[in-house]
Design a protein around this ligand. Structure first.
Ligand code: CO8
Length: 261
């Protein structure tokens, strides 16, 4: 819509919301107003009953080159502490529908952290990830030290965060940061992300949201607690029409027609 200054929103499929970071001159540096808009667009997509999955992307050159350094450089401890600077980044983790990051070019610092907050990351061969905060005399502040360490393990996370070096799409794939590196070609990563989002959106939205919730619980709960949580949510599925429809359709050898209820 035309209401946003730093992002673009569209529906490439009736069931898929596409959010494009759009500050090309700053390589999509994540200034505070951009985050306000992003959170608003994510919330709207989450509330849109037609939408089953969300794709977040940037440009060919940059997914996002990090938090906006020019905005941050003169800040004082008292401001950032008192105002809980960048606390609103976490809003994204409250979104219940799946978010697929389609990453081309730089995903650095806060840009890498933004991708890591998404549920699935697809990368083009040009993607370059990294946590270069150490070069600026600071450390990751948007979850990089935690989410990246969970994703790639201690030794690699230490190397990446302490040296500030970039890592390639291929490394990201080998290390399990991204689920897939797509073929090269302009727009290819968005195309594949939208196709994947469409597949996800064709499932029962209730089951999809529940699945996202239980997978995320694996990062927060101990194994026995997580297994118990999964079992309880699984039991809850039997209260949905979509469970009845999905299993009836299998038995009747036809495609399910989910009502998302
Ligand atoms: N912030 C502000 N402006 C930026 C940023 C940024 N992160 N990155 C690039 N830009 C701007 C450049 O200043 C330049 O603007 P101008 O033309 O006005 O000078 C324009 O984008 C193009 O950039 P370059 O000319 O530098 O392009 P190059 O192709 O030469 O280099 C790089 C590309 C390697 C990506 C380079 O721009 C770079 O190193 N950028 C900074 C990367 C970085 O350090 N990112 C980490 C930022 S710190 C951070 O993200 C902390 C997150 C904390 C989150 C806390 C949450 C609670």
């Amino acid at each position: 819509t035309a209401d946003y200054e730093h992002i673009l929103t569209s529906k490439p499929e009736p069931t898929v919301s596409l959010i494009t970071l759009n500050r090309p001159r700053a390589l999509n540096a994540l200034c505070s107003p951009l985050f306000v808009e992003l959170n608003d667009a994510l919330r709207k997509a989450d509330e849109d009953p037609e939408v089953g999955a969300i794709v977040l992307t940037g440009s060919e050159r940059a997914f996002a080159a990090g938090a906006d350094i020019k905005e941050m450089k003169d800040k004082e401890f008292s401001d950032v502490y008192k105002n809980n600077f960048l606390e609103n980044w976490a809003t994204m983790t409250k979104i219940r529908k799946p978010i697929i990051a389609a990453v081309s070019g730089f995903a650095l610092g806060g840009g890498c952290e933004l991708a890591l907050m998404c549920d699935i990351i697809l990368a083009s061969p040009t993607a370059k990830f990294g946590q270069p905060e150490i070069n600026l005399g600071v450390i990751p502040g948007g979850g990089g030290s935690q989410r990246l360490t969970h994703a790639i393990g201690k030794s690699r996370a230490m190397e990446i965060i302490l040296t500030g070096r970039q890592f390639s799409a291929l490394e990201a794939e080998q290390w399990g940061v991204v689920s897939k590196v797509v073929d090269e070609g302009e727009g290819q990563v968005v195309k594949e992300a939208v196709a994947m989002a469409k597949v996800i959106a064709s499932k029962s939205q209730i089951a999809v949201q529940a699945a996202k919730e239980v997978v995320n619980a694996a990062y927060e709960l101990s194994l026995p607690e997580g297994l118990r949580f999964e079992r309880r949510i699984f039991h809850g599925m039997f209260a949905t029409n979509d469970q009845k429809e999905g299993m009836a359709a299998f038995a009747e050898k036809r495609k399910p027609n989910f009502s998302h209820s």
